[in-house]
Design a protein around this ligand. Structure first.
Ligand code: DIG
Ligand code: MN
Ligand code: MN
Length: 386
C-alpha cells in the first residue's frame, strides 16, 4: 500500500544516503559510498531520482579524464536502474576558497571563481538532464556585520544570479533556478534567511520568471516558522520549483532528520498542502540517517522518508473524505451570501455602500468556532483511531 512509484517523484541527494556520519564533533562512522553504489541503493529503496552537488560526483581536483570516466559510470548506473537526475547544485561552501562566502565574498577573485565553478556545474547538470538548479548560499553570511555591508551583499548576490540567468538563456538551456534559504549555520547569520526573503529577492532580478524557491523543512523550523505557510506562499506565487523534505526540532542546529521523524502533525499538513494543490515537482529528501546508523539503517532511513510521506498522503485523502471533518469545515466556512455585494474588486459604489452598512459588532464577537473538535479529529485520524 505504501510502495513508491516513479510518479511519486521521490528523490535523494548523493550526499544524503551517502553521508558518512561526520559531524562537528566526530569523524566519519560509515564507509563512503561511490555515486554508482548510491544510485543502486536508491533504486533498491524505490526512489525515482538522485540529485548532486558538482563535487559529490566529480572531486574538485579530478582530472578531465577522471571526470569523463566518473560521468560515464554514473550514466551507466542511471541507465541500468532507470533512476533520473531531476536537480543539481554547486558546492560553494566546502572548499576553503569559500570561507567568506562565494557570490558575496569580499574577495573579487572568489566571486569570479564562484561564477566559473557554477557555470561548469550547470553544464554538468544539463548534461545529466536536470530541470531544476538549486542555489543554497551556505557561506553567504557573516559573523560580524563590521566585515560586510548587508546591502552590498544583496547587490553581489543579485549580480551573480542575473549573470547566471543570462548564461542559461545564452546557452539555450531549459533550466529553472530554485533558491534555498537558511537562517544560519555554517555562518553566524546567512543572508536571505527565509523563503520569504528569497521570494522578495527574486522579484528584484532581471529574469524573475526563471527563478523560484527550494524551501527546506529544517531551515524554516530553525527560524521558528511554520513551514507549511512558507510553502503555501511559494505555491500561491507559482514559485515552488523544488522542495527539501526532512524534519527538525525548533531552536536547534540543522538536524536534517528523516521526514516526519520529529513533528508528524506539521508533516501531515505539509503533505496535505502539496497533494491538495497537485504539486508536480520532486519530493526531495534532503536528510541523512543518524550518526548511529549502519548501512542497513541508512536504507531504513530512506525507506522511512518514503513510507511516512505515502502514509501521510493517504491520511490527507482520509481527511478530505471524512464526513465528520468535512461537515465541521462546511460549518466553519458557511456563508449565507448576504454580504456578497461587498466581495471582489473595488468600486467607489461598493466602498460607499460598505462604509454605510451597519454591522452588529457585538454579535460578530459572539460566534465561537469548533476548532478544538476539528483538531482532535485530525489528531485521532493521525493516531489511526478514525
Ligand atoms: C542544505 O540544505 C542544502 C545542500 O544540501 C544543497 O545545496 C541543497 C540542495 O538540497 N540543500
Ligand atoms: Mn538542512
Ligand atoms: Mn537543503
Amino acid at each position: 500500500m505504501y510502495t513508491p512509484k516513479p510518479e511519486h517523484k521521490f528523490s535523494f541527494g548523493l550526499w544524503t544516503v551517502g553521508s558518512v556520519g561526520r559531524d562537528p564533533f566526530g569523524e566519519p562512522v560509515r564507509r563512503a559510498l561511490s555515486p554508482v553504489e548510491i544510485v543502486h541503493l536508491l533504486a533498491e529503496v524505490g526512489a525515482w531520482g538522485v540529485n548532486f552537488h558538482d563535487n559529490d560526483l566529480i572531486p574538485i581536483d579530478a582530472t578531465p579524464a577522471e571526470r569523463d570516466q566518473i560521468v560515464h559510470n554514473f550514466k551507466y548506473a542511471l541507465a541500468e536502474t532507470g533512476i533520473v537526475v531531476p536537480m543539481a547544485t554547486t558546492n560553494l561552501f566546502s572548499d576553503p576558497a569559500f570561507r567568506d562566502g562565494a557570490f558575496t565574498s569580499n574577495d573579487p577573485r572568489v566571486r569570479a571563481y564562484a561564477l566559473h565553478k557554477t557555470m561548469h556545474a550547470i553544464d554538468l547538470g544539463v548534461e545529466l538532464g536536470v530541470g531544476v538548479y538549486v542555489f543554497w548560499g551556505g557561506r553567504e553570511g557573516a559573523e560580524t556585520d563590521a566585515a560586510k555591508d548587508p546591502v552590498t551583499a544583496i547587490k553581489r548576490t543579485r549580480e551573480a544570479m542575473n549573470f547566471l540567468c543570462a548564461y542559461v538563456i545564452d546557452k539555450g538551456y531549459n533550466l529553472k533556478f530554485a533558491l534555498e534559504a537558511k537562517p544560519n549555520e555554517p555562518r553566524g547569520d546567512i543572508y536571505n534567511a527565509t523563503t520569504g526573503n528569497m521570494l522578495a529577492f527574486i522579484a528584484t532580478l532581471d529574469h524573475p520568471e526563471m527563478v523560484g524557491v527550494n524551501p527546506e523543512v529544517a531551515h524554516e523550523h530553525m527560524a521558528g516558522l511554520n513551514f507549511t505557510h512558507a510553502v503555501a506562499q511559494a505555491l500561491e506565487a507559482g514559485k515552488l520549483f523544488h522542495i527539501d523534505l526532512n524534519d527538525q526540532a525548533f531552536g536547534r542546529y540543522d538536524q536534517d532528520f528523516r521526514f516526519g521523524a520529529h513533528n508528524i502533525k506539521s508533516a501531515f499538513f505539509l503533505v496535505k498542502l502539496l497533494e491538495d494543490y497537485g504539486y508536480g515537482g520532486s519530493r526531495h529528501f534532503d536528510a541523512h540517517a543518524y550518526r548511529t546508523a549502519d548501512l542497513d539503517d541508512v536504507k531504513a532511513f530512506a525507506t522511512g522518508c518514503i513510507r511516512t510521506y505515502l502514509i501521510l498522503k493517504d491520511k490527507a485523502a482520509q481527511f478530505n473524505a471524512d464526513p465528520e471533518i468535512q461537515a465541521l469545515l462546511a460549518e466553519i466556512t458557511a456563508d449565507d451570501g448576504s454580504l456578497d455585494g461587498f466581495k471582489g474588486a473595488y468600486s467607489p459604489q461598493k466602498a460607499a455602500a460598505l462604509k454605510g452598512h451597519t454591522f452588529d459588532r457585538v454579535a460578530l464577537g459572539q460566534r465561537g468556532q469548533p476548532y478544538e473538535r476539528l483538531d482532535q479529529l485530525t489528531v485521532e485520524l493521525l493516531l489511526g483511531v478514525r
